[in-house]
Design a protein around this ligand. Structure first.
Ligand SMILES: [Cu+2]
Length: 116
């Protein structure tokens, strides 16, 4: 029995190691998600005001203000509908460049997305 117990003891750690490696590896599947970005609309401003993302990233704006806003590209690249409180708008940037945008209801609200 003693030799069998030793054998099992020697077997368990590699199995646990494999489980740990698999667990550690799984977040990397979501690596592309880390490139995505969130912009919060609150108190009549976009935050962060400037966001830099890699090509292919999706930016999601969420209106955390208690009044409606829009997210509209100054150059006509993207255009959200009016976003009420807690409503979101997402756009995926397929090409590098600088994309200024503003709120058409409150044109002094501006931001930019830099895609590189
Ligand atoms: Cu607005």
């Amino acid at each position: 029995m003693a030799t069998k117990n030793v054998w099992i003891a020697g077997l368990v750690p590699p199995v646990m190691l494999a489980v740990l490696l698999l667990t550690a590896a799984s977040p990397r599947v979501k690596a592309n998600d880390a490139a995505n970005a969130e912009v919060k609309i609150d108190n009549f401003s976009f935050g962060p005001q400037s966001v830099t993302v890699p090509v292919g990233a999706t930016v999601t704006w969420t209106n955390r203000d208690d009044i409606p806003h829009t997210v509209v590209s100054t150059e006509g690249v993207f255009k959200s509908k009016v976003r009420d409180t807690d409503e979101k708008f997402s756009y995926t940037f397929a090409k590098a460049g600088t994309y200024p945008y503003y709120c058409t209801i409150h044109p002094k609200m501006t931001g930019q997305i830099v895609v590189q």
